[in-house]
Design a protein around this ligand. Structure first.
Ligand SMILES: [Zn+2]
Length: 437
């Protein structure tokens, strides 16, 4: 008998593997932070002896959710400016508030508050596009949350950097320092085609290639963005990025509404990843990402919540449900984005976009043991024909009961083990009083 750190028995394990299995009455075997095996519970007890063993009857284990796009610190602006179109929301509310408030401490506190919310809803890896990435890292490390930080680069100055060259100099130091880091990775985050000109984009392309890391960028957030670009330069943003050589397997394009057949073809041919943010797009009336058409063309589609200022929560279970429903409406096809594929979009596809699919995104031997236990034992989940259907279409984040990252428990019976939740509530309240002044 082999001794291991942890065995978790559950009524279901949904590994999100290639075969799209649903494993009933199985055990997840974990040792030294990694998945050793998933096997029938009876066999697990014959083959392994564990230092800790849990029996989670009525629960389903899923890979930790991967929130592939957001702005964590903007949680401090949650609910501050609602019911506005994107450019009014940005120009009249968000950018002035950021100019006034964004600082080292704002980013540190906002990031930790966001992580507390994300961990409690089963997210174990998230991607963040913001300023002061060194302070985000300071906030992230003690929580055990994994993160991909794509630091913001814009043509104009902001509170963190005096311009694109300053941002690139500061950010590239972090790219180098965290290249092999288990928990935090830093990549390039040019904000959007309408805020970053060709010269910094070409620098970013060269730097990302030199350091072997990715680029994440908002692209085609609205039809207006596409129309303005065509009017100004006669070129659609996706075509411009393709001409500059940015599209490719290291490029993560966020939003991607208002796509025509040529845009989709360019993404498919280059292996560009698309990060879909359905709730933010709906709330800002930005437009629709054609998820079904992209997937049928072979494009990898991952999922993000975007920031809490435009969503207004960081709930990946809710986002997954919205994505599954919206894909059907946009395609006018009820077979678009079926339940198990929606779960893949929220897990393994995010890992692929971040180029970490060899170690994250599914529960398979050798991968990092990031997983969540979802309680399906109560009336809201009865009866159960298919646990995947319930997780996508009928589960709220309050049913996320336990969460592990790298085999270490970070949420136990809905309580956070690496963050003081009461302290976070108090900090949010303090910031709200200041910002409201
Ligand atoms: Zn965004």
């Amino acid at each position: 008998m082999q001794t291991v750190d942890l065995i978790v028995h559950a009524s279901w394990i949904i590994p999100v593997n290639q075969a799209r299995d649903v494993l009933a009455d199985h055990a997840l075997v974990v040792d030294q932070g990694k998945v050793v095996a998933t096997l029938p519970s009876k066999e697990a007890n014959l083959a392994y002896q564990a230092k800790e063993e849990l029996d989670l009857a009525g629960r389903a284990l899923i890979p930790g959710l991967i929130n592939t796009h957001g702005h964590a610190a903007m949680t401090l602006f949650r609910g501050m400016a609602d019911d506005l179109p994107l450019m009014t929301w940005l120009n009249d509310h968000i950018w002035p508030a950021e100019g006034k408030w964004v600082s080292s401490e704002f980013v540190h506190d906002g990031t930790q508050i966001a992580i507390a919310e994300m961990l409690r809803s089963g997210t174990t890896t998230y991607s963040d596009n913001y300023f002061f990435p060194e302070d985000a890292i300071r906030a992230i490390l003690p929580t055990k949350m994994r993160a991909q930080l794509n630091f913001a680069v814009l043509d104009f100055p902001n509170n963190w950097a005096s311009g694109p060259d300053d941002a690139l100099a500061k950010g590239t130091e972090l790219v180098k320092s965290y290249r092999e880091h288990d928990q935090v990775r830093v990549i390039y985050g040019p904000h959007a085609p309408y805020t970053v000109s060709d010269e910094p984009l070409l620098k970013i392309k060269a730097l990302a290639e030199e350091h072997g890391v990715g680029i994440q960028m908002h692209v085609h957030e609205t039809q207006g963005e596409v129309d303005d670009a065509v009017k100004a330069n006669g070129e659609r943003p996706v075509a411009r990025l393709h001409r500059l050589g940015l599209l490719g397997p290291h490029f993560q394009a966020v939003h991607m509404t208002a796509l025509n057949d040529d845009d989709i073809r360019m993404c498919a041919e280059t292996g560009t990843h698309i990060i879909h943010n359905p709730e933010s797009n709906l709330k800002l009336a930005s437009g629709f990402c054609p998820v079904d058409a992209l997937q049928k063309s072979g494009v990898n589609v991952a999922l993000g919540t975007d920031g809490a200022a435009s969503n207004n929560d960081l709930d990946m279970l809710g986002e997954m449900r919205t994505a599954a429903q919206l894909a059907k409406a946009v395609a006018m096809n009820a077979e678009a984005l079926p339940a198990y594929e929606a779960l893949a979009v929220a897990t393994i596809n995010g890992a692929k976009a971040m180029n970490r699919h060899h170690e994250l995104g599914s529960l398979e031997a050798g991968k990092l043991a990031d997983f969540a236990a979802i309680d399906l034992s109560d009336i809201e989940s009865a009866p159960i024909y298919d646990p995947v259907s319930h997780i996508v279409y009928a589960t709220s984040r309050q049913q996320v009961e336990h969460v592990w990252i790298g085999g270490e428990q970070v949420v136990k019976h809905r309580e956070l083990l690496t963050i003081d939740r009461q302290e976070m509530i108090a900090k949010a309240s303090t910031w709200r009083s200041k910002i409201k002044e």
